[in-house]
Each structure stands twice: as C-alpha cells, then as structure tokens.
Design a binder for this molecule. Structure first.
Ligand SMILES: *Cc1c(COP(=O)(O)O)cnc(C)c1O
Length: 365
C-alpha cells in the first residue's frame, strides 16, 4: 500500500475562486492562468474544471498550451512568454495559441516565418516598469509600423503589461504603470488591453481593461502582502495531507532531528509525519510552523527532513500513528506556512513534487 501522503484538490473551490475573479474583474473577462502545471494542481484537471466558464487560458510556454489541448479543450491559450522559436508560430496559428511577443527578435521571426496559413493571433507586451519583458512605450509606433509592413497587424489582438508591485497596496508603482500603459496604447482604441494579475483584482478602482489574468487567486493563495487567501474571500483548493507514522514522548533535554535543532524543555509528546522537502514541503519552515490534526492546530519542531518532519502533539494528545496531518489546507492556510518559510504560496504550491499523488475532490452539481 502506498503511503497516504496526498495533495487533495477541491475543484469546486477552484471554480468558486474563478467566479470571485470574474466578479472582481468587472467588465473585463478573466483568462485563467494555469501555468506551472496549474500552480502545482495539475494543468489538465484544473483546465477541465474551468472549461465551461473560462473563455481563455494563459500559460508560460507552448508545452503547457499543448497539455490543455491534450485534455480536449478548445479555448484559445495565451502564451505569456511568447514563442521560443520561429517554428512555433505555425503551431500557434493551427492550435489557436496566442503568443505575447515581447522582443524585436520575435518580430524577426514573424518576418522569417514561412507560412502555410495566416500569422497566429498574437499580443504585444509593453514594458511599463517591470523591466523583465516588453517593448518600450516610446518604440510602440515603430513596432506597429513594422507589423503593418509585414502584414501581421490584422492578427494583433492587443496589448499586455504586467505589474511589479500590485501585491503592495502602499506602492504607487501600479498607478504609474497603469497610466503609462494607457498612454502608450491610446492610439489603438480598437485593440484589446490586458493588465492585472490576481493582486490587481483587489485594488479598489484599478482598471483591468478587457482581460484580467488571475493566477494564484484561483488556487486560494493570497496575492496581497499581509492578507491570507480566506481573508480575501478565497477558498483553499489544495489540502496537503500526510500520515503520522509514529508517536513517542521526547524527554526533557533530548533533541529531535538533524542538527539537534530543537531541544525539549519538558517531556513532550511528538509525532513523525511522512512528508518532507522531497515532497516539496519547505525545508525553511522551522519550529513553530503550524500544521493541523483533526482540525486542531499543532506545530512543527526541529528541521524538516527529506521524507519526514516532526510535530509537537501536546495539543493533540489523542493523535496516533495512522492519523492524517494537514500541512496546509482548510485549517492551516498555505499563506501561513509560506510566511513561516520566508516565501509565498506560489512557491509552495508549484513546488509539490511528483512523488505526491493529487487526488481530485469533485462535488460539482
Ligand atoms: C503568472 C502571471 C500572471 C498571474 O499572476 P498571479 O499573481 O498568479 O495572479 C499574470 N500575468 C502574467 C504575465 C504572468 O506571468
């Protein structure tokens, strides 16, 4: 029998979070961001669970878009990183993938592209201050002239930009980027516009234009510094659970785990849980990081090992081997664990390794 360590995925919660994104997007439509294997939840299952409500998906790269097609889904898929080779343009056209072109060399590929059909539909990325990808606003007229010369302008869907600091409601950067984006694109009112990751859905008065791009909020993680997903009205989607495999009392003065990093100051009931950094549980989560057993909160003690970690059972004296421990889920939020580990829910969710089976809970009407 396999160990019971499992990531339970609540697809109804995912659908509710998508509905929340739509409600918060106002008149913008929401493309469901399902990159990185659906933020670790399984791209095919996540995409299928949203297939009757999401008009469009967004992924990072073409392999991820192919995974959506392999699941039998026909909606357009935006490639947020564009294409990585000229040849991919033909596949984009045939498969209804919409690359976001961000660099001059990708326009060269459009020029070189030996077409059997049309150009793919595509977007242009505008660099409004994130400074990762995109054309500068000042260069946009020249870029548009080049597209016209290539005869590709009729396939341009619109403009995309990305916020650097939308998670921080005190930052003036989002407003500055929005203004820059509006000004840069105002000469082409007939084209569509998309800014706005999850965080932007929670900024009062933030324009989202035609398409928003919610990612982490679909999975119940918080996009806002200092708030948890549930505090923002989001439902946890993944519940990471693992069994207690032994319990014992650690005597006062004894240590637990590698480096003897935790020392019992009194006799302490403890349990070993069959999950570790080999499963994607963060090794940086130290003593005091919350977990739960039977709906009761407990805490980690000592260092996380590759295949197991230790918990203090003082607050769950009835716990015994075989009982299931929630590492994150409905009782302990993934945002809480992330903050104890010095990271964000995105990294924890996408970091769950292949060793952990995903088990899909589906109570769809
Ligand atoms: C990943 C990504 C998103 C989604 O971001 P979240 O913070 O997860 O909502 C949106 N747009 C772009 C360009 C992205 O790369």
């Amino acid at each position: 029998m396999p160990r019971q360590t499992t990531a339970y995925i609540d697809l109804e919660a995912l659908r509710n979070n998508y509905r929340t994104a739509c409600a918060r997007a106002g008149s913008a439509a929401a493309m469901a961001v399902v990159k990185a294997d659906g933020y670790g939840h399984g791209i095919a299952q996540v995409a299928l669970a949203l297939a009757d409500v999401a008009p469009k998906y967004a992924v990072a790269c073409i392999e991820e878009a192919e995974a959506i097609r392999a699941a039998g889904i026909s909606q357009p898929v935006v490639l947020l990183q564009g294409v990585h080779a000229c040849d991919d343009l033909g596949d984009c056209e045939r498969r209804h993938f919409e690359p976001v072109l961000h660099s001059e060399h990708q326009l060269d590929w459009l020029a070189r592209f030996e077409r059997s059909g049309d150009f793919p539909r595509f977007w242009l990325k505008i660099n409004t201050g994130m400074n990762r990808l995109g054309f500068r606003p000042d260069d946009l007229h020249a870029v548009m002239a080049r597209l016209e010369k290539l005869g590709a302008d009729s396939r341009l869907l619109g403009f995309v930009s990305h916020f650097a600091c939308a998670d921080d409601s005190n930052s003036p950067m989002t407003a500055t980027q929005t203004t820059t984006f509006e000004a840069a694109t105002s000469s082409w009112p007939e084209l569509m516009r998309s800014v706005g990751n999850s965080a932007a859905h929670f900024i009062p008065g933030q324009p989202l234009f035609d398409w928003s791009r919610p990612g982490i909020m679909l999975y119940g993680g918080s996009p806002i510094i200092g708030k948890t997903g549930p505090e923002l009205g989001l439902e946890p989607v993944m519940s990471l659970e693992a069994p207690l495999i032994t319990t014992r009392v650690v005597k006062a003065g004894e240590t637990v785990g590698y480096g003897g990093a935790w020392i019992a100051d009194q006799d302490t009931p403890m349990g070993m849980v069959a999950v570790g950094y080999g499963d994607g549980y963060p090794r940086h989560a130290g003593t005091g990081t919350p977990a739960a057993i039977g709906g009761r909160r407990i805490r980690l003690i000592g260092r996380v090992s590759m295949d197991m970690l230790a918990v203090d059972l003082s607050d769950a004296p009835a716990a015994r081997a075989g009982d299931s421990v929630e590492l994150w889920g409905r009782t302990v939020g993934v945002d809480e664990v992330a903050s104890c580990a010095g990271t964000i829910s995105y990294e924890l969710l996408t970091g769950i390794t292949r060793r952990v089976p995903r088990n899909y809970l589906k109570h769809l009407a």
